[in-house]
Design a protein around this ligand. Structure first.
Ligand SMILES: Cc1cc2nc3c(=O)[nH]c(=O)nc-3n(C[C@H](O)[C@H](O)[C@H](O)COP(=O)(O)O)c2cc1C
Length: 194
């Protein structure tokens, strides 16, 4: 049904108390009407190794890809590690990107990041651009969500508590819903006409 939109979210940090995971969890309360969302964990994935594909996909990879395949669109929320995408998240994306039935291909994606520093993950977000291009994903271009000084933006129970940040997250999720609907309609029309 084109009116029902489902997001799948992934946090790029495995850290207990991660600000990025707190930000991702906070999006669950900020979704536009008509959107559902689930969060996919990447902590159990092995390091990517093509031999594991030929020997039989590990169960953790199969489950991860299955969860991702339910998505009309993705929400990636990630820290910046050494001016780039964390290796753990890149590894998860590498697993999801394989084969013609990649659950990422052709799907819209919203990217957010939180850091305790002043730059709000801008370099990680730039590093993601060519990755999205190769994956044939459509990123939300505006607004960008860069949460700097994250230690001051969440309450004691880990909920996003900064009104300007909440407003911009809502806007980005609304843009993602629009892109997802558009993508779904085009896919349905293309299927009908073939
Ligand atoms: C390996 C590593 C590399 C990091 N590199 C950067 C960086 O390039 N730029 C930056 O602003 N912060 C960097 N940081 C700090 C993280 O942004 C900060 O620890 C952030 O809170 C991590 O996200 P999390 O709270 O979701 O775990 C780095 C942290 C680690 C552990």
């Amino acid at each position: 049904m084109r009116d029902e939109i489902h997001f799948v979210g992934i946090s790029g940090s495995l850290r207990r108390g991660s600000f990025n995971t707190q930000l991702l969890n906070s999006t669950l309360d900020l979704l536009p009407d008509g959107v559902t969302m689930e969060i996919a964990g990447m902590g159990d994935l092995p390091l990517y190794n093509a031999d594991l594909e030929t020997d039989g996909l590990p169960e953790s990879v199969r489950k991860f890809r299955e969860t991702l395949s339910r998505a009309d669109a993705f929400v990636f929320v990630s820290p910046e590690y050494n001016y780039s995408v964390p290796g753990t998240l890149k590894n998860a994306i590498d697993w999801a990107s394989r084969a013609k039935d990649s659950p990422l291909s052709g799907k819209p994606v919203a990217l957010m990041g939180a850091t305790q520093g002043m730059w709000g993950t801008v370099r990680m977000q730039i590093a993601f651009r060519p990755i999205f291009q190769f994956l044939n994903m459509t990123p939300v271009n505006k607004p960008e969500v860069l949460v700097a000084q994250a230690q001051s933006k969440f309450d004691a129970s880990g909920h996003l508590a900064d009104e300007p940040t909440i407003a911009i997250v809502r806007q980005q999720l609304a843009e993602l819903k629009k892109l997802a609907k558009h993508t779904k309609i085009v896919k349905e029309l293309t299927t009908e006409n073939n």
